[in-house]
Design a binder for this molecule. Sequence first.
Ligand code: ADP
Ligand code: MG
Length: 452
Amino acid sequence: MGVKEIWENVLGELKTTISKANFLTWFKDTMLEEVKEDTAYIKVPSNFVKEWLEEKYHKNLIKILAKFIPEVKNIKYLVSNTGLKINKLKKNKKENIVFLKNEQMNLIDNIDPETNLNPRYTFETFVVGSNNELAHAAALAVTENLGKKYNPLFIYGGVGLGKTHLLQAIGNKLKDKRKFKIKYVPCEKFTEELVNSIRKQTVEDFRKNFRQLDLLLIDDVQFITGKDKTQEELFYTFNTLYEKNKQIVFTSDRPPKAIPSIEERLRSRFEGGMIADIGYPDFETRLAILKTKNQLNGDLVSEDILRYIANNVSKNVRELEGALNRIIAEIYLRKKEITLEEAKKLLSSILNKNNVYIPPQEVIKKVAAFYDLDEKLILSHSRKKELVKPRQVIMYLLREELRYSFTNIAEKLGHRDHTTVIYACEKISKEIEKNPIFSQEITLLKDLLYNK
Ligand code: ADP
Ligand code: MG
């Protein structure tokens, strides 16, 4: 008998001793891999299943296995897959709750030290909707035509809309398949590594490290603004890779045109390939994302709660997840399901942004960073055009988002006349109405404000 047949026999026997639901939940995608000396190696689809088998079925399995291979005294379980299998955990909700935590822990911090990739971010777990269709298709095309079709690919979009997920999905897809050298790096990390290498006089190593890659994934490249050394280094890294037909993908929270203080030659590199944006997900996409995440977590939350969340969080997928996780955590604690009414109560503080306190200093800081300006300069009394506008934006946000009074704002911004503040708020409101690009900028700023 081969291992396959033996396993079929073992499962056949096991089936008669446990319920069908349990059998399907725990044994459906298992396999006897091999037997070495006195140990049988069984492949299981997730850590979740592994722990469960170890705890509940270990002795029984050894007993049955030994009937077919008498020397078997021990079993080792091999997890064949990093991600959780959707649909796998549905059956036994109570058991899901107990083990959910372990499983989530296993998925965290699994970051590959060589590529910096987090295995959680894959194409399989990315929900495609009308908001990200183009970016998704472009990312997928890149994996199939590395360095050839869209080079560079530049993906941009607001906070928490899936840029990092998509960027890493490209890397994860190519990681296992071929012997590509891949590196994911947030732009700030790139800068940090460069600065360190300058200090330690290892710039040559730094360069070699980046210039020998097949695929370079740079996240949040808007942070390059104003950093001359990093821009120069990135420019040359880009050129080297590009000339060798190696693939580069960037993400940013805004299009290349809207990144302030970058060299023209770098901007034109960003614009030289394919640019794809990710917008806000519509209701169907939001619900689909929630359903996927819910399934990945054992399908504990009811559809009416998912719909409620999808209806009330519209601009940020991370927030969608946050709301869902809050509910799941509560189900853990109570060890039972919760009703829509209870869910509404639980979520009220998360969903109602007006309850979130944002210090005015934070508004100033975020706006200054966004326009790459010094905070002190913005708050000065200078009438330079590039300072006046951001200053007015600060006033507008303090008024609209934080609900400060005009006089209060005038005081906070260095004892101005409160009519200046009124004028500024009106001016910005009007501009938002007539200038869609500016309106996007304000939306983005608001997102940045609420997402630390
Ligand atoms: P960004 O980098 O744009 O700020 P992330 O990629 O970090 O956003 O996404 C925030 C969270 O939302 C992540 O946990 C990500 O997995 C999830 N997410 C975003 N878009 C999708 C999507 N289309 N399908 C599934 N999950 C998504
Ligand atoms: Mg990101």
